[in-house]
Design a protein around this ligand. Structure first.
Ligand SMILES: C[S@@+](CC[C@H](N)C(=O)[O-])C[C@H]1O[C@@H](n2cnc3c(N)ncnc32)[C@H](O)[C@@H]1O
Length: 176
C-alpha cells in the first residue's frame, strides 16, 4: 500500500495506523525527530532507521537515540547510492518506508527517492508526505489498469538496487 498526504497530521496518523510493534521502519527526512518519536514508540520491539542530511538533525537525533534504543540515525543525503547501501547492510527487511523530504516541494525528487528506495527495500507500506504528488495523483486519470499491492512498484521489476542508480550521482550534483 502506498499512501500520500501533505498535511503533517495526516501523514503521522496514517503512519500510526500501519505500524506494528515488531516492524522495521525506514524514515527518510526525519529532521529533528518529531515523527520519529511516534514511530519509535509504536515499533517498540522493532527497529527504526532515520535519515536526514540537515546539520540541525544530528544532535537532536543522537539525543533521541538515547531515549529510544530501537532508533538509529544516519546523517546522509538520501539521493546517494552509498547511503541506501548503508541501510541495506543493517536491515534485512523493511515493513514501512516513510518519506518526508519537505512536503511542499520537489515532487520529482521525492518520487525518484521513493522509487529507488522502495524498489530496493520492498516495503509493505510506503507513506509519503508531498503536496505535488497529491496534486499530480488527484489531477491525473490513468488509462490502463497497472497496480501494485505492496509499498513498492512490483510491476517495474524485482532486481534489487537498480543499475540505473548510478544516475543518482550525476543528478545529485546537478540539483546542488
Ligand atoms: C519537513 S522536514 C521533515 C519533518 C519530519 N518528517 C517531521 O515529521 O518532523 C524535511 C526534512 O527532509 C530533509 N531532507 C531533504 N532532502 C534530503 C535529502 N536529500 N537527504 C536527506 N534528508 C533530506 C531536510 O533536511 C528536512 O529535515
Amino acid at each position: 500500500m502506498i499512501k500520500i498526504s501533505y498535511d503533517i497530521k495526516i501523514y503521522r496518523k496514517i503512519l500510526g495506523n500501519v505500524l506494528n510493534e515488531n516492524d522495521v521502519v525506514v524514515e527518510l527526512g526525519s529532521h529533528i525527530g518529531k515523527t520519529s518519536k511516534l514511530i519509535a514508540e509504536k515499533v517498540e520491539n522493532g527497529k527504526l532507521i532515520c535519515l536526514d542530511n540537515s546539520p540541525e538533525a544530528t544532535t537532536k537525533m543522537n539525543n533521541l537515540k538515547l531515549v529510544y534504543p530501537n532508533l538509529k540515525f544516519i546523517n546522509g543525503d538520501v539521493r546517494l547510492h552509498e547511503v541506501l547501501k548503508q541501510v541495506t547492510k543493517i536491515i534485512n527487511k523493511c515493513d514501512t518506508l516513510a518519506i518526508d523530504l519537505g512536503g511542499g516541494y520537489h515532487p520529482d525528487t521525492v518520487f525518484k527517492v521513493y522509487y529507488i528506495w522502495a524498489s530496493t527495500l520492498k516495503p509493505k507500506h510506503t507513506i509519503i508526505r508531498n503536496k505535488g504528488l497529491v496534486d499530480f495523483i488527484n489531477t491525473s486519470v490513468t488509462c490502463e489498469n497497472i497496480q501494485s499491492k505492496e509499498g513498492w512498484l512490483e510491476s517495474c521489476g524485482c532486481e534489487g538496487i537498480p543499475p540505473q542508480i548510478d544516475e543518482f550521482k550525476l543528478w545529485t550534483s546537478i540539483i546542488k
